[in-house]
Design a protein around this ligand. Structure first.
Ligand code: UTP
Length: 295
């Protein structure tokens, strides 16, 4: 079984749900308490033992690459001002992991974005993390998937259960339970089903572990809805060809590319923050009125 060493993070989308905030700033750079969203995602990759990140970027996203780069001038200014803790923090960010970028020249969909990574990934299985999907968990979500991969040796999509009326917003997986904990074998995948099309509540989130055959499949996938190359169509083909597992990860997922999901992430991260958590909780209690507040 080939070891997984690389993670692809597509960040080339337009972020229209977050306009006007994302007109000049990538949504992945919007701050959750004290770090941009993308940093939490890269930190999950690092904590899972991965060695290389491949960012799929586009025009206007250079702030993401700069964030993980070394800034000589800033470092010198901080050095002169004896701000050593800040210097260390910045050095930690720029030394987190090896990062390679690939440009997606047009936003032709998530499937196309992943296909852009084919030359850098090569013939080995790899992880995909969406640049705006935050998962908070004791064991990093990617690590949970890698542990399962060591047992099943095939592609895995991370899923969460959603209320039936929300299934129309997700790629939905159908399949039979397996002997592996929280895992089912995928039989069918449906992109954003309308009510009645599927009775499954298993929604795909932004974490995938994929076999390299996905690149050949994506290369032959015709554009679908909105002229975009949809990942779900290619996943179904990969699942038919080799088999695929859906894993109900342990933890909480936030769609940080959506305004409400982003706000929920900020609240939960802030409440757990070592220095801000206490005063922030006090503030929230005051806002909701102490009587019913269970914070
Ligand atoms: P989203 O659909 O959430 O991103 O894609 P978007 O298109 O930027 O967002 P909205 O809907 O307009 O607000 C999921 C992930 O795939 C990337 C996005 O950057 C995001 O991380 N993506 C999407 C690409 O890299 N390229 C694309 O062509 C589309």
């Amino acid at each position: 079984m080939k070891k997984i060493r690389k993670a692809v993070i597509p960040v080339a989308g337009l972020g229209t749900r977050f306009l006007p905030a994302t007109k000049a700033i990538p949504k992945e750079m919007l701050t959750i308490v004290d770090r941009p969203t993308i940093q939490y995602i890269v930190e999950e990759v690092v904590a899972s033992g991965i060695q290389e990140v491949i960012l799929i970027t586009s025009e206007g996203k250079s702030a993401i690459e700069n964030h993980f780069d070394y800034n000589y001038e800033l470092d010198n200014v901080l050095k002169e001002k004896n701000k050593h803790a800040l210097r260390e923090e910045l050095a930690r960010t720029s030394n987190l992991i090896e990062i390679v970028s690939v440009r997606q020249k047009k936003p032709l969909g998530l499937g196309h974005a992943i296909w852009m990574a084919r030359h850098v990934v090569g013939d080995e299985p790899f992880l995909v993390l969406l640049g705006d999907d935050l998962v908070r968990s004791e064991t990093p979500c990617c690590r949970q998937m890698l542990d399962l991969y060591e047992q099943v040796g095939e592609s895995i999509v991370a899923i969460q259960r959603v209320p039936m009326e929300q299934t129309c917003h997700y790629g939905i997986v159908e399949g039979e339970a397996t002997a592996f904990e929280r895992t089912c074998k995928v039989s069918r995948m449906i992109e954003k089903p309308s009510l009645g099309m599927s009775n499954s509540d298993k929604a795909i989130i932004g974490r995938y572990l994929l076999m390299p055959e996905i690149f050949e499949i994506l290369g032959n996938t015709k554009p679908g809805h909105g002229g975009e190359i949809q990942l779900t169509d290619a996943l179904q083909a990969l699942s038919n060809r080799r088999g695929m597992y859906a894993y109900e990860f342990q933890g909480r997922r936030y769609d940080a590319g959506d305004k409400l999901g982003y706000l929920k992430a900020i609240i939960d991260v802030a409440l757990d923050h070592p220095t801000l958590g206490g005063p922030f909780r006090k503030h929230l209690k005051a806002v909701c009125g102490n009587d019913d507040c269970r914070l």
